[in-house]
Design a protein. Structure first.
Length: 74
């Protein structure tokens, strides 16, 4: 497992700590969850763009529906 050090403003760090506490997870786990979500969104966009370049409109729309349902479940 890799270690990543980032620099963020103190106020943002405080807000992330509060969010982690609210979710009953560590800041490390929160960052893991947030990065997983960001990567899933990126992967979906990449797949959508690849399919749209191939002209598979129906599959592209399916992916958009999947993304919409993911965010509406929140």
């Amino acid at each position: 497992m890799a270690t990543l050090t980032i620099r963020i403003p103190d106020d943002k760090h405080g807000r992330l700590k509060a969010l982690a506490k609210y979710r009953h997870v560590s800041v490390n786990k929160l960052m893991d969850e947030l990065s997983t979500q960001a990567l899933a969104e990126f992967d979906s966009e990449v797949r959508f763009r690849a399919l749209s370049m191939r002209g598979d409109l129906a599959r592209g729309l399916e992916l958009l529906d999947k993304i919409d349902s993911h965010f509406s479940e929140g």
